[in-house]
Design a protein around this ligand. Structure first.
Ligand SMILES: [Zn+2]
Length: 361
C-alpha cells in the first residue's frame, strides 16, 4: 500500500481516518507491504501482501497473518465465532459471502490477461474514450482480475481498484508494473473512502451480481466529487427467452461444486468456440462474408474478437455467479434519476447489456 492512499481512506463504519502501523516495507519509501490500519472506532484491518483488507471478517480470512501479529489483533482471539453467535448472518450477508467465494474462484482460474482488453474497455464505457482518464483519480468497483483498471491506469488516471474477493490478488499480479494503481479488498456497501475524493467511479459487469444492485450503485455517489462521473454496465433484459433458459439451468449449476461448474463451462465454451470459429471462417469467404455478417448472430460476431479464455470465463460466470439481475432502459433511468445525476446517458451494448453514465451535481 502506498502511503498517499491514507489521504483518501476512511473507516467505513465510523468515517474516521486510519492510523497506519507498518511491519514491513519494500526498499523504496512510502509503501507498506505488511501492516495494519487502525480506525478510531477500534477496528483493525490487516495489510497483507501490500493490500489493505478493509472487511469485517479480515481476521478470519488471514488467520496466519493475524497470529503472526497477535499483539495488534488481541480482539480477534477473545472468542472465536463470537460475531456469528450474537449476530446470525443475514441472508444478504450469506449471498455476499457466496458471491465473494464464487468470483474469487472465477478470477483466480481466469486471471490471465490473454489480450489487452482495450477495445473491450471502450465497448463498456462509450462514449467516453482514452482522453477522459488523464490526470484523474478514479475508482474501479469490482476490479476482478484487473482487465479494466489496467487500461484506465495506462490512459493516465491514478486508479484505486476495489474487490471483495480473492480476485484482488489477480489484479495485483496483472497491474504490478503500474505505479498508479492502488488496490483494496473491500465491499461496495462499506467503501473505505472519504466523501468526494474521486473524479470518477465506475463498475463494469459487477452490480448485477449484488443482492441489492441499486444500493451498490448509490454507494458510489458520495465518494465522487461534485461534477464527477459515475458510469456502469449491467446485464440487459432484452434476451428474455435466453435469460429464462439460463436462469432455469442456473437453479442447478449455482449449487454444484466449482470444479463441476468449471467442467460444465469448458464443455459449453468448447461447443461455442466451434460455432464462433465456423462463423468467423464463413464470414471470411469472399461473396459469403457480407451475407454472414447480416445474419442476426450478434453474439458470435462479438466473440470473434476474443480468445477462448474469455468465452470460457463468460460461461463460468453464467453458470456459477450466485446472483444475476437483468435490466432495461427504464430501470436504469430510475437509477440515475433517483441518484440525481446530470448529463446522463443510457445506451445499450447490443442485446447484452446497458451502459449508464451520469455526473453528480
Ligand atoms: Zn471505524
Amino acid at each position: 500500500m502506498k502511503h498517499r492512499l491514507l489521504d483518501i481512506l476512511a473507516c467505513p463504519w465510523c468515517g474516521q481516518p486510519f492510523e497506519l502501523r507498518t511491519y514491513d516495507s519494500p526498499q523504496k519509501t512510502g509503501e507498506t507491504t505488511s501492516g495494519v490500519l487502525i480506525s478510531g472506532c477500534g477496528r483493525r484491518f490487516p495489510i497483507v501482501r501490500g493490500i489493505p483488507r478493509v472487511i469485517e471478517n479480515a481476521t478470519e480470512l488471514f488467520p496466519d497473518f493475524v497470529h503472526a501479529h497477535a499483539a495488534d489483533f488481541t480482539d480477534a482471539f477473545k472468542a472465536p465465532g463470537r460475531r456469528s453467535n450474537i449476530d446470525p448472518k443475514s441472508r444478504t450477508d450469506d449471498a455476499i459471502e457466496k458471491t465473494r467465494k464464487s468470483f474469487g474462484y472465477q478470477w483466480t482460474v481466469f486471471r490471465e490477461m490473454v489480450i489487452d482488453f482495450r477495445e473491450n474497455f471502450f465497448y463498456y464505457i462509450r462514449p467516453l474514450d482514452q482522453s477522459f482518464f488523464k490526470g484523474k483519480l478514479g475508482l474501479d468497483m469490482g476490479c476482478g482480475f484487473g482487465r479494466h483498471i489496467y487500461n484506465a491506469a495506462l490512459f493516465g488516471a491514478e486508479m484505486v481498484g476495489v474487490d471483495l474477493s480473492d480476485a484482488i490478488e489477480s489484479t495485483a499480479e496483472n497491474t504490478r508494473e503500474l505505479p498508479n494503481v492502488h488496490l483494496i479488498q473491500a465491499d461496495v456497501y462499506h467503501l473505505p473512502f472519504r466523501p468526494g475524493v474521486f473524479d470518477f467511479a465506475y463498475s463494469i459487469g459487477v452490480l448485477h451480481h449484488l443482492p441489492d444492485p441499486e444500493r451498490g450503485y448509490q454507494s458510489l455517489l458520495p465518494i465522487v466529487k461534485p461534477r464527477g462521473a459515475v458510469f456502469i454496465w449491467v446485464y440487459s433484459k432484452k434476451r428474455a427467452v435466453v435469460n429464462a433458459i439460463l436462469e432455469t439451468a442456473r437453479a442447478v449449476t449455482t449449487r454444484v461444486p466449482p470444479k463441476v461448474q468449471q467442467g460444465l463451462s469448458y464443455t459449453f465454451a468448447a461447443v461455442d468456440w466451434w460455432a464462433i470459429k465456423a462463423y468467423q471462417g464463413l464470414a471470411a469467404v469472399p461473396g459469403l462474408g457480407s451475407a454472414m455478417r447480416k445474419l442476426p448472430l450478434p453474439r458470435l460476431r462479438l466473440y470473434t474478437h476474443y480468445p477462448f479464455q474469455v468465452v470460457y470465463a463468460d460461461w463460468f460466470d453464467r453458470f456459477a455467479a450466485p446472483i444475476r439481475f437483468y435490466y432495461d432502459e427504464n430501470d436504469l433511468t430510475g437509477w440515475v434519476s433517483r441518484a440525481k445525476l446530470t448529463h446522463t446517458s443510457i445506451s445499450p451494448t447490443g442485446l447484452f447489456g446497458w451502459r449508464a453514465y451520469g455526473e453528480r451535481e
